[in-house]
Design a protein around this ligand. Sequence first.
Ligand code: ARG
Length: 590
Amino acid sequence: MKKIIDLLEEKISKAFEESGYDSKYAGVTISNRPDLCEYQCNGSMPAAKQYKKAPFEIASSVVEKLTDKTVFKEINVVNPGFINIILHEGFVSEYVNSMKDEPDRGMDKSEEKLKIIIDYGGANIAKPLHVGHLRSAIIGESIKRICKFMGHDVIGDVHLGDWGLQMGLIITELKERQPKLPYFDENFEGEYPQEAPFTIGELEEIYPAANAKSKTDETFKDAARVATYELQSGRRGYFALWRHILNVSVADLKVNYDNLDVHFEEWKKESDAQPYIPEMVEYMKREGYTRVSDGALVVDVKEETDNKEIPPCMIIKSDGATLYNTTDLATIVERKKLFDPNHIIYVVDKRQGLYFEQIFRCAKKTKLVDDKTRFTFIGFGTMNGKDGKPFKTRDGGVMRLEDLITSINEAVYNKIMENRVETEEEARRVAEIVGLSALKYGDLSNQATKDYVFDIDRFTSFEGNTGPYILYTIVRIKSILEKYKERFPESAAKAADILPAEQIQEKNLMLELLKYNEVIESAYEELAPHRLCAYVFDLANAFNKFYHETNILAQEDIERQMSYVRLIVLVKEILEQCINLLGFEAPDRM
Ligand code: ARG
């Protein structure tokens, strides 16, 4: 089954050719004037230049050839040469019927199964997850689901930050608080305790304390640097301590990501790439890619066509230490070795854009990967508070993700209790499902690169362009279907086809369904979940308009009623498919 635009283009191409014009002008788009037509072809204007004729004349001769009334209910030329198309209801319903019967619904799943790695999440261990990491998790998860849905082999890797100065800071702070622990005794030769000397709660308090101290206390900071260095050089006690930090932290992160319905295939971390560093650096030197600049080892990555300054990519600092760059490059080496990916996608704060540009260029230039390997950086903007400044807690601290989720769920819970009397427990459960949709949709409905304002009232509203509105629409369909089954068990058991639409809202709803396969493909090509959000919003609106005009359950014509039901089943399935790709789901009631 083909996409609708392709089908129309085929027919129009033929008409262009038959009229003696190149078929490359036969491109069809969804109309940007839905009040005038449903689809349009604007190719006569550029064709007019080539053929030195009036666009109107070209369009008219093309339209003359398009006589199939079972496809084109109306096809008109309007000045200066637009071809406006209104489809026949029968053609539309036939297409919708084939969508309902076909698992891929006319989507072109990629022929070549690509191996794609998505680097997202990017939490740093021992630091509480904050809203900055939230965007990466939400956007990355959706992109991952979209890529998988297109038929690719996709690996989501959380790429934890576990190797920087934060480790030295925590170790140094712990040493001050509990100097008697065996981890600090250089002569200790026994087995270290199995149990961590801190809970996650303590750990989360230790890091900010240590970080604050390092800002004012130079000696402390130096000690932390030394500790980081010693850990990285394999000091036994520190390594054991690092393991504890990692384990405690990862257990907590797993709970947090699970609550977000975000799941990683790989829980790899910066430290996993360290073993690849020495050989990689040796290789880069040997092949002559590096040079020494102010004592540091760098690779030049600027290109002649650059119109902005791209500084060299530093591999080793002048004091011999490796850095974030070195780790990311070594991670590429590791990924190449373990997974041999065709494409690596990084979902990270857009402020790291220049950094990743350097990394990608360096990896290509030094041939860590071949020319065909694709790198994509998806840089996201900041989540701001209503004051337009980066989102903070009321007292100005960094908002913890857990607290953020709690406040959203609370807002949704209050709304649910306002509307109806549910049991408290049920309302809490539903509030969690709906709250997640509010959070994710609020984020994903914006183009990722843009900053956006986090507005709990707006995001949790059951009306407007929000997650809860989409869920509400699905729940509404579910409830109609349930009632239908109860009242008309016999018809409900029968298979039915969708009949040609009789009324405009019914046709408009079908026209929205026609866009589905196209939208999924473009969301994949552009790696843009916001396209899906825009689509589910349009589809939900089209459904609600239809619903307000049509009393499905009171419909007396049984065939027509069955057709309505089949239509809304398809609407529900497609809405559910789309929100699944966005990373949330609908409850049965709300
Ligand atoms: N941990 C980093 C941070 O918090 C994000 C990691 C992004 N991924 C990467 N491969 N560098 O900023």
